[in-house]
Design a protein. Structure first.
Length: 248
């Protein structure tokens, strides 16, 4: 679903990403880890279309999308969550999801047309809410939800656009233990019908979720492979995990 080839991004004299290659298949969770400053956020910003690469190629489902902006990639099936929760706090859960689903209508912004006249958007919104395990909270204002529920809502917003690929940027950030466990279970459930690329610092969650792990250090890929192989890799232990593979 996602193929990244020799992707690089330069900011003046700083090479934030240098010759990064990876792939993600439908039914797979590919987790990118690395210390602060490793280039993870730059990578996910290039994959979503929020940032143009200096060089390299990004393919989505066999199509070259390297030059496409974020809204065009979204219409092709790329959904994204951000490090900082990005929702409409004054709107209800349902209104948030309906608005996201409405973006898929061929004419989403008919200003004189009531929002209730988009039956497909309403159906997609309810489906996304259920999939994100927020059923029963449809009428709650987003700003009144717990932090964990707001992160679930952000994923629901992506799901309402019917993505093929989910780019999740630190979805467990700021969560307590119970909220983290719920999010891990949700992401694991979403694997069945999506390709998922995940950036995360929670090492326990990373090893619980990942089918494939890519470790980045100083903008480059240090190692990529199964969680077992990565945990045993001496280079990864020295650069990130700590001796024995248990560090943060």
């Amino acid at each position: 679903m996602l193929e990244v080839r020799s992707l690089s991004r330069r900011f003046g004299g700083l090479m934030a990403n240098d010759d990064v290659s990876l792939s993600v298949r439908t039914g797979e969770i590919h987790v990118v880890i690395g210390p602060n400053g490793a280039g993870k956020s730059t990578l996910i910003n290039m994959l979503s279309g929020d940032l143009r690469p200096t060089q390299g190629r990004i393919e989505l489902d066999g199509r070259d999308v390297t030059a496409l902006p974020s809204h065009a990639r979204s219409r092709l099936g790329v959904g994204r969550s951000y490090q900082k929760t990005n929702i409409f706090a004054a709107f209800t859960v349902f209104e948030n999801c309906r608005l996201a689903a409405q973006s898929r209508d061929p004419h989403p912004w008919r200003l004189l047309r009531p929002a209730g006249r988009y039956p497909q958007a309403e159906s997609l919104a309810r489906e996304a809410i259920a999939l994100a395990e927020l059923s029963g909270r449809e009428a709650r204002r987003a700003g009144e939800l717990s932090h964990g529920e707001q992160r679930q809502l952000e994923i629901a917003l992506s799901l309402a656009t019917r993505p093929k690929l989910l780019l999740l940027d630190e979805p467990l950030a700021g969560m307590g233990v119970e909220e983290s466990l719920r999010m891990v279970a949700l992401i694991r459930k979403l694997r069945a019908n999506h390709a998922i690329l995940l950036v995360e610092h929670d090492v326990d969650a990373v090893f619980a979720l990942a089918d494939t792990l890519t470790v980045m250090v100083e903008g480059r890929v240090l190692a990529s492979g199964s969680p077992q192989a990565i945990r045993a890799d001496a280079r990864v232990q020295a650069a990130y995990l700590g001796e024995g593979g248990h560090g943060g």
